[in-house]
Design a protein around this ligand. Structure first.
Ligand code: BDR
Ligand code: CA
Length: 386
């Protein structure tokens, strides 16, 4: 296949594909992700919470080049690297994309209850795989990320979707500050979690591992959640070929994405990895833009916060998946009677029952498969488009 040709878009194709996605996204996103009763018309108001981060950087560039999105704010949080780096990295990226119209609000420096664990081993000391860009001149707004999230959600009740690409500290802080807020959020699409094992520990995916208490607040908030976890993001390895297409395109976003991508590929190879890095966060943005790129399954998802070895593990309960699967036809009855069971009580416990929730009600659409080719066509096509 001539990859260069298939990714290279003329301006007309870019506008046409964007318009097609606007329609498809408007129809399918509500149908597939159940994110609000009102008919979706786009552009969608979103806030992007992020910890740039190599894959965050490409995800932000993708979002800022997607006309379906009205990005109300970018809210950096400590995660892949400390806030002292994620904040200027976010500001650099809005400058590179020519989108200094988007407010950037500084977020949390540390998780709710834990010490910060970073991922410089994967993202390099500067968070961008070692790719160096000038110091940003743009300044963040004076409100903190959690205040700004609250402000925007209250300004546009039931209209704002949160797209989260890092630990969920900012979101949980905003929810904790305002008990009515969760009911006013249209939906939350996260890169985070896994139903098939972790990456930083065998149990936990990085974003949830860093702040499991925050993640639990979010999953239990009642906000309709779309989870794009390792189950699907493991299938999004950036290749040399992708980088070459980005390098050939003459726009500042593609040039920056290529520089970050090339550094990150080299960093991965130096560490002995034959593939990668995965574009985890870009897949979350792409899933919001076009949910038909993924297959979805309903789950009740909760987060382990007590484990000595397993904190940050995401558990997905479903009457129709995994070991809980039953004969076709029985699922409806089973869903009605299924309880959510946690660990058995210890002898010392005062609890008499391990049931932590009486009734099964799904709270999350989990991505269970992805068409990786379509994903990369969207990502590289938009970054490389004129
Ligand atoms: C997630 O962790 C971070 O390192 C990446 O940016 C992504 O958000 C993948 O586990
Ligand atoms: Ca991230």
């Amino acid at each position: 296949m001539d990859t260069k040709k298939s990714f290279d878009m003329t301006r007309r194709q870019f506008v046409m594909s964007s318009a097609a996605l606007l329609t498809a996204g408007a129809l399918t996103h509500d149908a597939v992700a159940s994110q609000g009763a009102a008919a979706a018309r786009g552009p969608f108001r979103v806030i992007i919470d992020t910890d740039p981060g190599v894959d965050d950087a490409l995800a932000l560039l993708l979002a800022m080049r997607s006309p379906e999105l009205k990005i109300e704010a970018i809210t950096p949080v400590a995660g892949n690297v400390p806030l002292e780096l994620t904040l200027p990295n976010a500001l650099r990226l809005v400058e590179i994309a020519g989108r200094t119209d988007i407010p950037v609000a500084a977020g949390a420096r540390a998780p709710l209850l834990r010490r910060l664990v970073t991922a410089t081993y994967a993202h390099g000391e500067n968070g961008l795989g070692g790719a160096v860009f000038p110091e940003p001149t743009t300044k963040p707004v004076s409100e903190s990320a959690s205040e700004y999230i609250r402000h925007i959600v209250r300004k546009y009740p039931h209209e704002v979707t949160l797209i989260t690409l890092g630990p969920l500290t900012n979101i949980a802080t905003a929810l904790n500050s305002d008990p009515e807020l969760a009911g006013m959020v249209r939906g939350l699409t996260m890169m985070g979690g896994s139903l098939s094992g972790g990456n930083i520990t065998p149990a936990a995916e990085f974003n949830i591992y860093v702040d499991p208490e925050a993640a639990r607040i979010v999953f239990q908030s009642g906000i309709p959640i779309t989870m794009v976890g390792l189950d699907v993001t493991r299938k999004t390895s950036l290749t040399e070929e992708h980088v070459r297409v980005l390098e050939a395109a003459q726009n500042p976003a593609s040039q920056a994405a290529a520089k970050i991508g090339r550094n990150a590929i080299n960093h991965n190879r130096d560490r002995g990895f034959l593939v990668g890095p995965n574009m985890h966060d870009s897949l979350a943005v792409a899933a919001f833009l076009d949910p038909t790129i993924l297959k979805w399954q309903d789950y009740y998802v909760d987060v382990e916060v007590a484990g000595e070895l397993t904190a940050g593990e995401t558990l997905g309960y479903s009457p129709v998946a995994g070991d809980l699967k039953r004969r076709p036809g029985m699922e409806k009855d089973l869903a009605a009677s299924m309880t959510i069971r946690g660990s058995a009580p210890t002898l010392a416990s005062t609890k008499t029952s391990p049931v932590v929730r009486e009734k099964y009600v799904p709270n999350t659409k989990v991505g269970i498969d992805v068409d990786s080719s379509r994903f990369f066509e969207l990502l590289i096509g938009r970054l490389a488009g004129k």
